[in-house]
Design a protein around this ligand. Structure first.
Ligand SMILES: Cc1ncc(C[n+]2csc(CCOP(=O)(O)OP(=O)(O)O)c2C)c(N)n1
Ligand SMILES: [Mg+2]
Length: 342
């Protein structure tokens, strides 16, 4: 077991802190826009927002290189955006438009973009873990110095795939950073009603993986932990596990009456809104001004206005194309002849 990492002290890198504030605000406003569009029936199907949990996606992705991979869950709009999928492609996908990152076939839960190495979006709880282990194995076999980050919820630890994936990643010392977003609930079920051990980092440590809990509402703490973890993985130290302790401020999905938690509990966590916390800390330290905050908000609004316009003026896939990609497309005769196939 490695030594416990030190607590963060103050704002070590103000520039990076301002960048993280911007990233969190981009995610917050993207998802608030999704909720508005959903209520206006412009987005249909399922929608799970991560509002309250933005520090996790922002802090972790800030430690990555473009060539690193990210695998996430159905609560993944922010992870996709911060891995580099443009907001317009994310929104268009949710509209079901052909301009979306998956031609509108994936929707909110299945965002995917190989160009930015964002490998989903997955509706199956814990379904992303074996995918991440496979990506990391491929990198290892090809001798590439890449890191694969896998985000999943606390609900995933009850699944066999969680244990199988951690075991193999540790056994084969694969370059995966496991990021458990522990928001205390899996749909309407509290973690302490389903797990005998609620210290989730401890479960990972039992597979001989360095594993630490992190305050998931403090983006600077997440950023520091992420840089440390990614550096260790990239240096060939095998997998690493972070348990990000966080909270979702909204319901599980758009169809959730939220009878499983008290309003006072939600209100208590909202006092630790990661955006408000960092903004206040930067202002108090004299590293940020109200004017800069207003400018930042305007910048994010402008990005989202362009994205919403792109989605709003897009098109659904033509009906005659709907069977495309159900099976592989016939290879053009010329290409077949070139490789000598009959
Ligand atoms: C294998 C599997 N079992 C059950 C479900 C139904 N289901 C959808 S979301 C969810 C809760 C998952 O909670 P968690 O992993 O904590 O993620 P969070 O929603 O809190 O982000 C469940 C059980 C599913 N999608 N896949
Ligand atoms: Mg959860």
């Amino acid at each position: 077991m490695t030594a416990r990492p030190p607590e963060r002290q103050g704002i070590p890198h103000p520039e990076q802190a301002r960048f993280l504030l911007q990233q969190m605000l981009r995610v917050r406003r993207l998802e608030e826009t999704c909720v508005e569009l959903y209520s206006a029936s412009r987005i249909r199907g399922f929608l799970h927002v991560s509002i309250g949990q933005e520090a996790v996606a922002a802090g972790i992705t800030a430690a990555l290189e473009p060539d690193d991979a990210v695998v996430a869950t159905y609560r993944e709009h922010g992870h996709a955006l911060l891995k580099g999928v443009p907001a317009g492609l994310v929104l268009a996908e949710m509209y079901g438009n052909v301009e979306g990152c998956c031609r509108g076939r994936g929707g909110s839960m299945h965002l995917f973009d190989s160009e930015t190495r964002f490998f989903g979006g997955n509706a199956i709880v814990a379904g992303g873990l074996p995918v991440a282990v496979g990506l990391a194995l491929a990198d290892r076999m090809a001798g590439r110095e890449r890191v694969t980050v896998c985000f999943f919820g606390d609900g995933a630890v009850a699944e066999g795939e969680f244990h199988e994936s951690l075991n193999l990643a540790a056994l084969w010392q694969l370059p995966v950073l496991f990021c458990c977003e522990n928001n205390l609930y899996a749909m309407g079920t509290a973690l302490n009603l389903t797990e005998s051990e609620t210290d989730l980092a401890l479960k990972a440590a039992s597979y001989k993986i360095p594993a630490w809990p992190v305050d998931g509402m403090d983006v600077l703490a997440v950023d520091e932990a992420a840089h440390r973890a990614v550096a260790a993985v990239r240096a060939g130290g095998g997998p690493y596990f972070l348990e990000l302790r966080t909270y979702r401020f909204r319901a599980h999905s758009m169809f959730d009456p939220e009878r499983y938690r008290e309003k006072s509990e939600v209100a208590e966590w909202m006092t630790r809104d990661p955006i408000n916390l960092l903004r206040a800390e930067l202002l108090a330290a004299g590293e940020f001004t109200e004017k800069e905050w207003a400018e930042l908000q305007q910048e994010v609004e402008a990005e989202l206005a362009v994205a919403a316009e792109f989605a709003d003026t897009g098109h659904p896939e033509p009906v005659e194309d709907l069977r495309r990609f159900l099976s592989s497309e016939p290879e053009p005769a010329e290409a077949r002849a070139k490789r000598g196939a009959r």
